[in-house]
Design a protein around this ligand. Structure first.
Ligand SMILES: [Zn+2]
Ligand SMILES: [Zn+2]
Length: 130
């Protein structure tokens, strides 16, 4: 746990699971409540309609959707990677599969890492002796 700037207000705060300073976190919780309440009566509402009815910023509604705080709505939002409309998580099926593939490739690279590090350390020593 370290210090970080709140992505919402820019203030320095102690890093937490919510990734927001306590003040913005509380505000987000209030907003989440408002949106959830509105969606209980209007589950088919669009992002725009929710925004107008609750006054909650688009950005925050999207963040709540992405973090899984708003469930059961028919709202779609763009995939973090390619922009395809999705209704849950951060990535569309295709992109999450791609990321899994990439992680597997990175894992394979990591196996060779120690070897590379030793070699660069050896070069470093040679330079020092000069
Ligand atoms: Zn904040
Ligand atoms: Zn995608």
């Amino acid at each position: 746990m370290g210090l970080d700037n709140c992505p919402e207000c820019g203030k320095l705060y102690v890093e937490n699971a919510a990734r927001l300073c306590p003040e913005c976190y509380r505000r987000q919780e209030d907003d989440a409540e408002k949106v959830m309440e509105y969606l209980r009566d209007a589950s088919k509402a669009t992002l725009e309609e929710i925004h107008h009815a609750t006054g909650v910023k688009h950005k925050i509604i999207l963040r709540l959707l992405r973090s899984g705080r708003i469930v059961g709505s028919s709202l779609s939002y763009p995939c973090d990677s390619c922009g395809t409309p999705i209704v849950e998580g951060r990535l569309c099926d295709k992109c999450s599969r791609n990321i899994l593939d990439q992680m597997r490739i990175e894992d394979r690279h990591k196996e060779h890492e120690p070897e590379r590090k030793t070699r660069s350390r050896m070069y470093g020593k040679e330079l020092d002796n000069d």
